[in-house]
Ligand binder design. Sequence first.
Ligand code: FMN
Length: 319
Amino acid sequence: MDVVDSRVERILRAAASAPSVYNTQPWQVDVTGSTVTLRADAARQLRHSDPHGREMLISCGAFLFNARTAARRDSLTAVVKVLPDPDDELLVAEIAFEPGPVPDMDELELSVAIERRTTSRVPFDDQPLFTDVLMSILQAAQGEGAELRLVQPSEPVREDVLGLVRRAEALAAEDPAARAEEAAWTTTDPGRDDGVPQDLLGPAADDERAPVRQFHASTGKAQFEERSTLAVLSTAGDSARDWVAAGQALQHVLLAATTYFVHASFATTVLENPTTRHDLRQALSLDGAPQMLMRLGYSSAQKRTPRRAVPGAAAHDRG
Ligand SMILES: Cc1cc2nc3c(=O)[nH]c(=O)nc-3n(C[C@H](O)[C@H](O)[C@H](O)COP(=O)(O)O)c2cc1C
């Protein structure tokens, strides 16, 4: 194994700690020297809740951003072609790692945040984010060609957003196929290397006002904060390319937040239902298509979800 190979292996391990819907980890790679082909794994797509693969490609976009960021820590630059084959939407990216400059402080901080970031589904401190964090996450989204619309506690439209989240959650709760997908991807098996462990689902919200996914397997109830910052990530279009961009923007936002010790959790059921997704876009007068809804705040550190070895990552080295 030469030096670049061992760096690529390290980069791919870091990339795989990206968030993915239900921790499905819907990615696979093919490594040739210092070039990596990243593919979405359609076998891991949520066929019912994510029929077009939007959340699958957002997850792969987060993996891609991690790969770019982890490469910088090793003084490599990732030269990326996103969706290089118009006839193959599962071919997410071709990534060539080339020698680059020594990383600057910001790049190092982001790369260190990769391993620290976790989703946190517990109640947050009851306070919005500080201004420096807000500036940083707004810039992070813009840097990847996306927009972050903050929804602060003082804004009347927040009630509309919370109402739509509630409506989507209620509809999904009545939907046997959505419940079956949740059951398939939440787990009590300590040996499983994908899915969300049940002890990380967090408590159910006692007044159903909190913008969190209502997992049926949640244990216990808790009062959630009223004044966390909500944020909706959107992209100009709604194509596969926009979804990969949204994933990269999401991960840039999450890593920037992590450098300020800020956690996020998501409530994406509202975006899985086309009607509530449309209504959310209208309510917030968004120019683009909403891709992620998250709450951001301060909470205790969370346990990590498991990860698979990246399929394909080690094959080259073993050969
Ligand atoms: C596209 C996407 C949608 C997600 N939707 C939700 C959600 O609705 N509720 C939730 O609690 N977590 C959601 N997550 C977070 C994943 O469950 C989480 O990333 C995964 O379990 C891995 O855990 P980690 O983020 O702590 O590494 C989502 C993540 C992605 C990328």
